[in-house]
Design a protein around this ligand. Structure first.
Ligand code: ZN
Length: 150
């Protein structure tokens, strides 16, 4: 288990140092901003959605390593997926990070997102890890207003 934890930390560190899909689309079809006041994380998600398929996704913002890594991993996982697949993935991700630390995590369904399951049991960190997803869901729904974890 120690090896796995190290691997997860590496994934998070890697995405914190070199966030993937960082920036904003010039003409997004969907966009939302999210804010986690408890930690000070702030991010913007811009999307290009055609026929319910996520064609492109970028995120931009500043925050702690967990919120940045989570947003970066999220953009990698959702590109090319349909909005239904994305909601399903969000449910699984949210279920995993809010589950008790001794329950099993669906590694097959979550892929690299499993790296973030380490936040389980730390409610503050769960908000950091979920911010990008809440913002994404708001963007897909077309909620222009600011999303907050509070
Ligand atoms: Zn944070």
């Amino acid at each position: 288990m120690a090896d796995l934890r190290e691997l997860y930390q590496e994934v998070i560190l890697d995405h914190t140092k070199r966030p993937r899909n960082f920036g904003q689309l010039p003409e997004p079809s969907h966009r939302a901003e999210g804010h986690n006041p408890l930690c000070g994380d702030h991010l913007t998600v811009t999307l290009e959605i055609t026929d319910d398929c996520i064609e492109r996704v970028l995120f931009e913002g500043s925050g702690c390593s967990i919120s940045t890594a989570s947003a970066s991993l999220m953009t990698q996982m959702i590109a090319g997926k349909t909005t239904d697949e994305v909601s399903e993935l969000f449910e699984k991700f949210h279920g995993a990070v809010t589950s008790s630390s001794d329950s099993a995590v669906d590694v097959a369904a979550l892929g690299k997102l499993v790296a973030l399951a380490g936040v389980r049991g730390f409610p503050m960190r769960v908000k950091c890890a979920s911010l990008a997803w809440h913002t994404l869901v708001a963007a897909i729904r077309g909620d222009e207003e600011h999303v907050t974890t509070e």
